[in-house]
Design a binder for this molecule. Structure first.
Ligand SMILES: Nc1ncnc2c1ncn2[C@@H]1O[C@H](COP(=O)(O)OP(=O)(O)O)[C@@H](O)[C@H]1O
Ligand SMILES: [Mg+2]
Length: 613
């Protein structure tokens, strides 16, 4: 300590190493499952092909991880307990890996600051192994010992010297559940390693090395065997693979949703939301499907927000990743079950994802066995700072889509507060219209082609449904009310649908003699030929009558979207284009039209580049 500080009569004191270690440890080690995670990471990094985890009293009294990996030399043993001691960082050249792989060299130091650690280790090539004991960073024992190849780390009495922390632990059941999820994540992401989990006297898992689907079945039960659906698609930007499951296997608990990026578990509220939303049409609001999806992507495209208990991720191109996720999960489920989805009626045998596929240059869906991992969907509050203005959109859309996709009560509370990634199109760069049909816009990592007609359909559809929920639909009054005489059948249908149509923003007075007076139309619809518009909406509605899944209001909204949207072939000025795109991105499902066909095709820059090679 220097003189300046001494002058202040010791008011400022350097923290003792023990105290500063304890404080730092608190950030890395929050609960028993954090220890399990760190020890598992190290065991996996050691190159082991067998890892055993032993837990007593939900980790309060003992957490032990035994691997048959590379082991440590005598010299390295004390070093590994020093803060920022790591043998790994020089092999890693980007921050992403440093953050996500946990290569911070802090884990062993942190663990040993708040527990009693016994390390036994032996390198394969050494004659003798060593036993090393350290309590609260104080070395208690260090001696040669007859031990197996590899490393065993036993962590006893976690937080024995931090009573406040210890008191903060939850019930054994809760702590063990966190451990279980951590273990499952590691086991899923490393199916080629055999794992064992022993809790008190129970053998919880004994997982042989094997393909991912086998690992999933071993962990979650034989009933999953016939129900897993492989997913595997590639783009130049991201590859996604893994398994989803038959909706009928959905469970009442939320703990089986696993996302991995570059083989590390991550949490992504919006992706979870998208997947759950797709399942909503088959499952009850309080049910959740298993899935394990692995995203392989250039680490530089991943923005991580690391927290000891979670890894939150934002992708450089969120929109592609989320749209891609949505389309492949839908595709997997649709292929498997041949489920009629909205829109199939209008495009029989239509390839709902065709445009997406070409846009992303998807590969063919494989039937391979794959690996996977998961995001603990329980413990992570979101910290990704998406655009707040769009905060209500998801819950709103859930409501809108209640009929075939969304179910507001079904979305866990934390998802309800969520928001949709802000579109990243580069406003200043303007828009171009191609063949009076498509709008092209530059994005940060490529370009988007938006189909103006489909986009407008999406907008009208959502607004119409939304209007049925709100007390005051927005209507534009016609300067000259139109009196229209309908056919008898149209008129009776109009009468039937009148309440819905009014709610969507029409202002129509039914008169006698199959006649109605139109006083106003919905705010987003071009005024003009009201007779034609209404007649075609009624016609469309009838065409949709075979769509049993759709509610009346959805059919009306769909009919309106089809008939009132900007046609292909209409020239748009800059303002119209910008307004259309803004409205599209304030939709809940901007990427798909109401019939689930793409509204937007994204072409990444590197794909364009590759065309010039
Ligand atoms: N199970 C193990 N097998 C072999 N070496 C290990 C094991 N656990 C820890 N080590 C060594 O201890 C070092 C410090 O571990 P840790 O504090 O977790 O930091 P990091 O994993 O970030 O390097 C590691 O870099 C590694 O050299
Ligand atoms: Mg480590």
């Amino acid at each position: 300590m220097n003189k300046e500080i001494e002058k202040h009569n010791g008011l400022i004191k350097e923290l003792s190493p023990e105290l500063s270690n304890k404080i730092a440890a608190g950030e890395v080690i929050q609960r028993p499952s954090s220890v399990v995670k760190e020890l598992l990471d190290n065991a996996i990094d050691s190159g082991a092909d067998h890892i055993r985890v032993i837990i007593q009293n939900a980790g309060r009294t003992l957490i032990q991880v035994i691997d048959n990996g590379c082991g440590m030399s005598k010299e390295d043993i004390p070093l590994c307990f020093l803060r920022h001691a790591t043998s790994k960082i020089h092999e890693v050249n980007d921050l992403f890996n440093i953050q996500t792989m946990g290569f911070r060299g802090e884990a062993m130091a942190s663990i040993s600051a708040v527990s009693q650690v016994t390390l036994k280790t032996k390198k394969f090539e050494d004659e003798m192994g060593y036993e090393y004991e350290v309590w609260g960073n104080k070395v208690k024992n260090f001696e040669p010992a007859a031990v197996d190849n590899g490393t065993s780390v036993a962590v006893r009495n976690l937080f024995y010297n931090v009573p406040a922390r210890r008191a903060f632990l939850k019930t054994d059941a809760t702590e063990f559940r966190h451990i279980l999820i951590t273990f499952q994540q590691a086991a899923l992401a490393n199916a080629d390693i055999s794992f064992e989990l022993i809790a008190d006297t129970d053998s919880v898992y004994n997982l042989p090395a094997g393909p991912l689907d086998q690992r999933i079945v071993e962990i979650f039960g034989k009933s999953y065997r016939a129900s897993l659906i492989p997913v595997e698609e590639k783009t130049s930007y991201v590859n996604v693979w893994g398994y989803v499951i038959d909706p009928k296997m959905a469970k009442k608990n939320r703990g089986e949703q696993f996302l991995f990026v570059n083989n590390r578990p991550f949490y992504h509220r919006y992706i979870l939301h998208i997947i759950l939303n797709i399942y909503r049409q088959w499952i009850q609001p309080n049910e959740y499907p298993f899935f394990a999806l692995f995203y392989d992507i250039n680490p530089q495209e991943v923005d991580v927000n690391v927290h000891p208990s979670k890894l939150e991720v934002k992708f450089g191109d969120e929109r592609s990743v989320t749209a891609f996720t949505r389309s492949i999960v839908k595709k997997a489920l649709n292929e498997r079950f041949n489920v009629p989805v909205i829109g199939r009626g209008e495009s029989p045998g239509g390839k709902s994802y065709g445009d997406f596929e070409s846009g992303f240059s998807f590969g063919k869906s494989g039937d391979t066995s794959i690996n996977r991992s998961g995001g603990d969907s329980i413990q992570f509050p979101s910290r990704i700072n998406f655009d707040k203005r769009r905060g209500n959109r998801e819950s709103l859309t859930d409501e809108l889509y209640g009929g075939f996709g969304g179910n507001p009560q079904g979305i866990p509370g934390k998802y309800n507060t969520g928001s949709i990634p802000q579109p990243e199109y580069d406003k200043g760069r303007g828009f171009w219209q191609l063949h009076d049909r498509y709008i092209i816009s530059q994005t940060l990592t490529g370009l988007f082609i938006i189909d103006q007609h489909s986009a407008h359909k999406r907008i009208i559809y959502e607004k119409a449904l939304q209007a049925t929920e709100s007390a005051l639909p927005s209507t534009q009054q016609l300067l000259f009310p139109q009196t229209i005489e309908f056919s008898a059948s149209d008129f009776s249908l109009l009468k039937e649908l009148h309440p819905i149509i009014q709610k969507m923003g029409f202002n129509i007075q039914l008169l006698s003699g199959n006649t109605a007076m139109v006083l106003g139309v919905p705010a987003d619809i071009k005024m003009g030929d009201e007779r034609h518009l209404l007649e075609s909406i009624l016609q469309q509605y009838q065409d949709l009558s075979s769509q049993l899944k759709l509610k009346d209001r959805e059919k009306v909204a769909l009919a309106m979207a089809n008939k009132a949207s900007i046609p292909r072939g209409k020239k748009l000025n800059d303002m119209e284009m910008e307004r259309l795109i803004d409205q599209l991105f304030s939709c809940k499902e901007p990427y798909l039209d109401p019939l689930e066909k793409p509204t937007i095709v994204y072409i990444p820059l590197d794909e364009i580049e590759s065309r010039f090679r």
